[in-house]
Design a protein around this ligand. Structure first.
Ligand SMILES: NC(=O)c1ccc[n+]([C@@H]2O[C@H](COP(=O)([O-])OP(=O)(O)OC[C@H]3O[C@@H](n4cnc5c(N)ncnc54)[C@H](O)[C@@H]3O)[C@@H](O)[C@H]2O)c1
Length: 332
């Protein structure tokens, strides 16, 4: 192990969905971790095995103090807002938190000698892809303020790489889903707009029917196709990205998906299998701006990071179902 891999990893947004799974994966890989989260959208109890500092990424003094006190050498930066619809209604929230917040954070980290960054980007930077599977050379064409905020931070990180000794990996996640296999942590469905938690909500709460937006697309069953990736696989990609940077890897953007496209109805079929009953749903018109089909070409991730997804849609749905069922008493 290099010197860098011996230091502490600062995980912003580590009390959120993907962050909390990554913290556990890092701890399992023997890394020291400190979580930094405002708790605006995260949960303290999701941080199972690491110290947490409660604060905003724009608070330079607190970030600097955290880096110095914990011996931070590498940063994994999850903290951001992620609601596409909200980003179109209140763009300033996204410019301030996702873009300006990232700059403040990176500046404070660099001043503390932290020059390895793993950044939560998104496949949405590519907008509606012309070609699937999507490779890292696909055009960057964001279709929302949220997606633009991710594309901007990727570019900002690129330029830090040109003007300082900072090196970064931007991980372009496809659709994160699922929960930990031991049932301890999972996605909070309160704010989530993602298909798996919405299907679980419709199934387990029976308070509203799921809407399937469009069944007349040019796909085998007429519904949109996405690349669902288990959150445990996603977490593992961060461990690998830090190793890559720690062993001298250059700044890159990497697609993090399985390479398998699943339709909305595939997800609902898997959910029915896991639960033993159908998800109640209605067919609604197509939604503006939904790409028909997007899934990753995972070859570059394997080549660069030595990472490959291990879990399939069935594992995603089984773990998500077990998690949401276990939370019923809390959420009702
Ligand atoms: N969930 C997905 O499918 C998906 C897909 C692509 C990209 N992403 C990106 O991955 C990251 C994590 O997503 P998630 O699903 O875990 O979201 P999440 O909302 O569960 O976690 C985000 C965390 O960041 C914290 N946070 C937000 N702003 C902060 C600030 N200014 N200072 C400190 N903490 C702050 C929140 O309290 C929360 O705990 C985000 O950057 C998101 O844009 C997620």
């Amino acid at each position: 192990m290099t010197q860098t891999l011996d230091g502490t990893v600062l995980v912003t947004g580590g009390a959120g969905y993907i962050g909390s799974h990554t913290v556990r994966a890092l701890r399992a890989a023997g890394r020291d971790v400190v979580v930094y989260d405002s708790l605006e959208l995260g949960r303290r109890e999701a941080v199972v095995d690491a110290p947490i500092v409660v604060g905003d990424i724009r608070d330079n003094d607190l970030v600097t103090a955290t880096c110095n006190e914990h011996g931070v050498t590498q940063l994994v930066h999850f903290a951001a807002y992620k609601a596409v619809g909200e980003s179109m209604e209140t763009p300033s929230k996204y410019w301030r938190n996702n873009v300006a917040g990232s700059v403040e954070l990176i500046e404070a980290c660099l001043a503390s000698g932290v020059n390895h960054v793993v950044f939560s980007s998104s496949c949405s930077v590519n907008g509606t892809p012309e070609v699937v599977p999507v490779t890292e050379t696909a055009p960057i064409r964001p279709e929302s303020v949220y997606a633009e905020s991710k594309a901007m931070v990727e570019r900002i990180l690129h330029w830090y790489g040109q003007t300082s000794d900072l090196r970064s990996v931007s991980l372009r996640y496809f659709n994160a889903a699922g929960a930990s296999f031991d049932g301890r942590i999972g996605e909070d469905w309160t704010h989530s707009q993602n298909l798996v938690p919405l299907a679980m909500k419709a199934l387990l709460l029976r308070d509203r029917r799921l809407k399937v937006f469009g069944t007349d697309y040019d796909t085998p069953d007429g519904t949109c196709i996405r690349d669902y990736i288990h959150v445990a696989d996603l977490a593992d990609a961060h461990v690998k990205a830090l190793e890559y940077l720690g062993t001298g890897g250059d700044t890159v953007a990497v697609n993090v998906g399985t390479g398998v496209g699943s339709s909305v109805l595939d997800v609902l079929d898997e959910t029915a299998r896991a639960a033993g009953e159908q998800v109640p749903y209605d067919i609604a018109p197509r939604r503006a701006g939904d790409p028909v089909s997007t899934y990753a070409d995972p070859a570059f991730a394997e080549k660069t990071l030595g990472w490959k997804a291990q879990h399939d849609l069935a594992a995603i749905v089984d773990s998500a179902y077990a998690w949401h069922k276990s939370q019923l008493n809390d959420d009702r």
